[in-house]
Design a protein around this ligand. Structure first.
Ligand SMILES: [Zn+2]
Length: 332
């Protein structure tokens, strides 16, 4: 409340108070996580309170999914007072973030060159931004998870493949053709196992979820009592099974070869590892750190923390939220 004085040469002629009733409506954030198997739409407050969500198995037709995203978003917004401030989209495949275009989604037909950011922005009336899921997860771990407090980090995702999102000097780094972070396709065994990319000996042919399953399947052909999945492997290693512990150690060795070149290249303060490290913890992290001591200069390891991701099953939702927040507030 500010008292205003209007003054003439004779002194104050009018004095009154103006009370301005400002009600700042909080801008809301919409996160859209688009994957080949499921799609999630989550509405967030600016401080990260989850206000509502919808998720469904990805429908076969592209337009049906876009319509569902739109209608779910409108339904979630109807229940709230605040306006939509930004839309963040995390895409499970290669994207062109500058144009907001999903280039493809692996295993989904009809998702080629989808202008998803423009369409959702026009339909929902807020700026929209798109990142690939590895980059979106890196933003989320950096803003809300295991990457808080540092300006240089790599986040690695382990599923059928291995991909990384890089935060360098406090900004997401995408690269010239938005392909930065394809660390899963470094050759770590020349002429080695075939990789999904068509080449041989790539890191992800050995250390991704699919790579681990393939290596196990080859051994199980001779001994069917061996574990079949990374999860089973971890459970048995915890229970003292020496084969499982040795197998995880070998996986850590492959991983260390891939990480060592990343460390030499970007000198990160933190490397955050998804699924494999979250599930197996020190069964993988300890041999990995030990192997890195052999492969990397001590000066580069000084202060470098190699840690599991912190956001757990929330990571996909938080990734899309982080992209939305990045739209309103880049790099903060
Ligand atoms: Zn490859």
């Amino acid at each position: 409340m500010v008292p205003l004085r209007f003054v003439t040469g004779d002194g104050p002629i009018l004095q009154h108070r103006i009370e301005i009733g400002f009600v700042m409506k909080e801008k809301l954030l919409l996160g859209v996580d688009v994957g080949s198997t499921k799609i999630a739409v989550v509405l967030w407050s600016r401080v990260g309170v989850r206000l509502g969500s919808a998720r469904w198995e990805t429908l076969p037709a592209l337009e049906a999914n876009l319509e569902r995203i739109r209608s779910e978003a409108r339904r979630l917004l109807e229940a709230q007072a605040g306006p939509l401030g930004a839309i963040g989209i995390s895409g499970g495949g290669p994207v062109d973030p500058r144009r907001g275009v999903i280039l493809t989604i692996p295993n989904l037909r009809g998702w080629e060159n989808v202008e998803i950011a423009r369409r959702l922005s026009e339909e929902l009336g807020a700026p929209a931004r798109l990142e690939n899921d590895a980059n979106a997860c890196a933003l989320a771990e950096w803003r809300y998870g295991a990457g808080r407090g540092v300006d240089d980090l790599a986040f690695l995702t382990f599923s059928t493949g291995i991909g990384a999102g890089l935060i360098l000097d406090g900004r997401l780094y995408r690269g010239h053709r938005f392909l930065a972070g394809e660390v899963g396709h470094q050759t770590i065994v020349p002429g080695g196992e075939p990789c999904g990319c068509g080449r041989r000996g790539c890191l992800e042919a050995y250390a991704s979820g699919a790579g681990i399953a393939r290596r196990l399947a080859a051994l199980r052909a001779a001994d069917p009592s061996l574990p079949a999945t990374a999860r089973e492997l971890t459970e048995r290693a915890r229970a003292g099974d020496t084969f499982s512990a040795a197998f995880l150690k070998e996986t850590a060795r492959y991983l260390a070869r891939g990480l060592s070149s990343l460390i030499f290249l970007i000198n990160p303060a933190r490397i955050i590892l998804g699924t494999i490290a979250v599930g197996a913890g020190d069964l993988v992290l300890e041999p990995l750190r030990e192997e890195l001591r052999d492969l990397v200069w001590p000066s580069l390891l000084e202060g470098l923390e190699v840690v599991p991701a912190a956001l757990g099953p929330e990571l996909g939702d938080q990734a899309a939220r982080a992209v939305a927040e990045e739209t309103l507030c880049p790099g903060s």
